[in-house]
Design a protein around this ligand. Structure first.
Ligand code: GAR
Length: 211
């Protein structure tokens, strides 16, 4: 078991960040949030972090000439804060190999669909438009694609006949708040192993039983 030194990247409300902070407070998650980093100064999650005494930083992508230059600045800020694992929790930016190579196999993302269905944005609306009966959320390692990295865990929720984007999103979000801290605790416990791709299968994740 090791205490995770987390950097949490956000762009908005920060309810998943709060679920991490609650889990740490309740001793369900062995981690410290070293830094909450946002690309937007108006992200609501920054207020939650500051109210709980968590260090925050804002780096606007608009201040950088390229994605790579922005990612170099993100990496430097995260390293300076002592971050060793990165959580994309509603961070609405694509990260480049510059970022991924700085934290190899140590960047995870939460996404509001059962990947590989409905990657990208407005996943809950995509699910409703398609007419699926089961939706959900996914926590996965980040690779250089959009929501394509190896899946660590998923939670399914029902889609109800009278769901709107709002009601379905709320049901999925509630599942996200349980799933993300749980996966992070598995990582802290050393139970998450990335198995490399072979000729039959893409890279995948195995979760070991608790000892
Ligand atoms: C969450 O639903 C998360 O899954 C989603 O943004 C929301 C952030 O909410 N992420 C993505 O869509 C990434 N493609 P939060 O700011 O309240 O945690």
């Amino acid at each position: 078991m090791s205490t995770l030194d987390l950097g949490v990247l956000i762009s908005g409300r920060g309810s998943n960040l709060l679920s991490i902070l609650h889990a740490i407070g309740a001793e369900r998650l062995d981690a410290r949030v070293r830094l909450v980093l946002s690309n937007r100064a108006d992200a609501g999650g920054l207020v939650h972090a500051k109210a709980r005494g968590v260090h925050t930083a804002v780096l606007s992508h608009r201040d950088y000439a390229s994605r790579e230059a922005y990612d170099e600045a993100l990496v430097a800020t995260l390293r300076e804060a002592g971050v060793t694992w990165v959580v994309l929790a509603g961070f609405m930016r694509i990260v480049t190999p510059v970022f991924l190579n700085a934290f190899p196999g140590r960047v995870i993302n939460i996404h509001p669909s059962l990947l590989p269905a409905f990657p990208g944005v407005h996943s809950q609306a995509q699910a409703l438009q398609y007419g699926v009966k089961i939706a959900g959320c996914t926590v996965h390692f980040v690779d250089s694609g959009t929501d394509t990295g190896p899946i660590i865990s998923q939670t399914a929720v029902s889609v109800l006949d009278d769901d709107t984007e709002e009601t379905l999103s709320a049901r999925i979000l509630s599942a996200e708040h349980t799933l993300l801290p749980r996966v992070l605790q598995w990582i802290a416990q050393g139970r998450v192993t990335l198995v490399p791709a072979d000729e039959n299968r893409r890279a995948r994740v195995v979760i070991h039983q608790e000892e």
